[in-house]
Design a protein around this ligand. Structure first.
Ligand SMILES: [Zn+2]
Length: 290
């Protein structure tokens, strides 16, 4: 069942095959830094059309990313989480400052940043989400992929990418483009799933111990083995960022609140609740150095 040899994109070490999914993709794990990669990769054009569908935001990730429902409820878990990110940004670089969000979805985080006096703009690949952000929040959002970002000038004080890097065919592009777009001393905040989380450990163990037959939890963790192409941890994201002269300032664990998921039964909800006591995502905040 073992697939082709794979090389870690962070530390260039050998990756071992771990688990295969029915769609033909497999998870590989780096022997040294622990990066997980989903291989083989899809074509760029295939991915562009995958993300640019209305139902992507309206249905498929509606459970996880239902920030819209709560966008004006200050006590909603997702809004509290966004406020935590913004509080950390204010501490490092308060307004007036220019903030770019890469992959800004429907613009809820950007709207909150704008309410905190930041001058905000965003890029997003999904047409429906771009129009929503413009019409609902009046935001300056462009339909653009990260590949299309022009980095000729250092324009921004802060760049935010929440749950983006794990989706990229080339994760280094996020660091490279951010380096080009940030002013000297600029701040980069990246949020992404953590391979060193209890949920990943349990899901991986279940798949490994059953020789991939109980693969479903891991399959979900990888966005149905389509979306999440690389699962980092705070250690190897730091190595990748250093390659582009970013210095880590701060890192913290967090959950995208799962208590709103509706298409799971009570038992699954209970399991998710227990496993989520250990946060399954992390944020690292970096500073651009010379
Ligand atoms: Zn590695």
């Amino acid at each position: 069942m073992e697939g082709p040899m794979a090389e870690c994109l962070v530390c260039k070490n050998k990756m071992d095959w771990l688990v295969s999914f029915p769609n033909g993709r497999s998870v590989y794990k780096c022997r040294r830094c622990g990066l997980r990669s989903l291989l083989p990769l899809a074509e760029e054009e295939e991915r562009k059309s995958f993300y640019d569908r209305d139902e992507y935001y309206k249905e498929e990730i509606a459970d996880l990313h239902n920030d819209l429902v709560y966008s004006y409820r200050v006590d909603a878990p997702i809004i509290k989480l966004y406020r935590k990110h913004i509080k950390n940004l204010i501490f490092l670089k308060a307004a007036p400052a220019r903030l770019l969000e890469i992959g800004c979805a429907r613009g809820v985080f950007l709207d909150l940043a704008k309410k905190n006096e930041y001058e905000v703009s965003g890029i997003e690949m999904n047409s429906y989400a771009v129009n929503y952000a413009k019409e609902k929040f009046g935001l300056n959002v462009e339909k653009k992929s990260i590949e299309e970002l022009d980095t000729k000038a250092c324009l921004f004080d802060i760049i935010v990418a929440l749950d983006v890097i794990e989706h990229l065919l080339n994760p280094k592009l996020l660091l490279e483009k951010s380096r080009g777009l940030l002013k000297p001393g600029g701040i980069l905040l990246i949020g992404t799933p953590n391979s060193r989380s209890l949920i990943n450990w349990v899901a991986e163990s279940a798949a490994l111990l059953t020789n991939s037959s109980y693969y479903y939890p891991l399959y979900r963790f990888y966005g149905k083995a389509v979306e999440h192409l690389n699962i980092f941890n705070p250690y190897n994201l730091d190595i990748l960022a250093k390659e582009f002269y970013f210095q880590k300032i701060k890192s913290y664990l967090y959950n995208i609140p799962l208590n709103n998921m509706c298409n799971v039964n009570i038992l699954q909800r209970l399991m998710i609740g227990i496993l989520s006591t250990n946060p399954y995502e992390f944020v690292s905040i970096f500073k651009k150095t010379d």
